[in-house]
Each structure stands twice: as structure tokens, then as C-alpha cells.
Design a protein around this ligand. Structure first.
Ligand code: HEM
Length: 128
């Protein structure tokens, strides 16, 4: 059974980002809120938006009541180790479309070479 002393890394937490398996991080603590989704007075949408990531700011910004803060204990499964997970850490680290950019670069170079050749040829025809 998980306890408060269990620590989880961002990479592990961010895997729990589906309706059927939701963890969120609030103020350095990890909560399994899967069962709480249907019960949340603020609706399931806001919880789903923070599935697998750090929800500290959103949670505090709403100005949750003392009761809401107390409820957190029920869902606590451990602590966060290292940096908090963010939405960005869920996406692939490799920059998207990098292969496309490379392709574009090679295309423009491929056009430049015959163009330069044509310019040289025209200049030669004109002045030779
Ligand atoms: C385990 C985490 C959470 C618990 C236990 C929790 C609990 C509650 C409770 C008890 C309420 C009723 C009002 C109150 O007592 O303050 C509430 C309302 C609400 N919560 Fe949460 N909440 C959680 C996470 C979140 C998150 C991550 C958001 C993201 C924005 C959120 C947004 C809201 C909103 C918008 C309301 C409605 C406020 C209103 O109608 O005035 N909650 N929540």
C-alpha cells in the first residue's frame, strides 16, 4: 500500500493521465483522484485538465475551502520527487517537425545550386 513516504517522479506521475487512472500533484504531494472525479463539486473537466500534472496553482487560485483542503488527505498516495510534472513534460521531448524543418532546409539548398548555376551561365553568355 502506498503511503505519504512513497515518492514519485514526474515521469511516473504523468502516466496517470486518463479518466480511469488520474493522479495530480498539489503542493508537492501526489493524489490519486480517480474515484473523486465524479464527486468533485467543481466538475470533472477541471480535474481532467490537470491529470498527471501539477495542479497546485489551479487548486489554490480557486480558493478551495478548508473542507476541500481536508479532503485531499483521503486521496494522498505519496510525495513528489524532483521537479513537478507539467503539461510540457507529458509531450515528447524531441521537437516536433524537426525532420520537416531539415527537409525544408535541404530543399532550399537544392534550389539555390541550380539557380546560382543559371545566373553564372547567363552572365557568361552576356559578357563572354
Ligand atoms: C483532489 C483535489 C481537489 C479536491 C479535493 C477538490 C475539492 C473541491 C471542493 C470540496 C469544492 C467545493 C467548494 C469548496 O469547498 O471549496 C470544489 C470546488 C471547485 N473546485 Fe475543486 N477540488 C480539487 C481539485 C481541483 C482542481 C485541480 C481544480 C482546478 C481548477 C478545481 C476547481 C474547482 C472549481 C472550479 C470549483 C467550483 C468552485 C465554485 O463553484 O465556487 N478543483 N473542489
Amino acid at each position: 500500500m502506498s503511503t505519504d513516504t512513497t515518492t514519485y517522479r514526474a515521469a511516473e506521475i504523468s502516466k496517470h493521465n486518463e479518466r480511469s487512472d488520474i493522479w495530480i500533484v498539489i503542493n508537492g504531494h501526489v493524489y490519486d483522484v480517480t474515484g473523486f472525479l465524479d464527486e468533485h463539486p467543481g466538475g470533472e473537466e477541471v480535474i481532467l485538465e490537470h491529470a498527471g500534472i501539477d495542479a497546485s496553482e489551479a487548486f489554490e487560485d480557486i480558493g478551495h475551502s478548508e473542507d476541500a483542503h481536508d479532503m485531499l488527505k483521503e486521496y494522498l498516495i505519496g510525495k513528489l520527487e524532483g521537479a513537478p510534472p507539467t503539461a510540457a513534460s507529458q509531450t515528447k521531448t524531441q521537437p516536433e517537425h524537426s525532420h520537416l524543418r531539415n527537409k525544408q532546409n535541404s530543399t532550399s539548398w537544392g534550389l539555390l545550386v541550380p539557380l546560382a548555376f543559371a545566373v553564372v551561365l547567363i552572365a557568361y553568355k552576356l559578357y563572354a
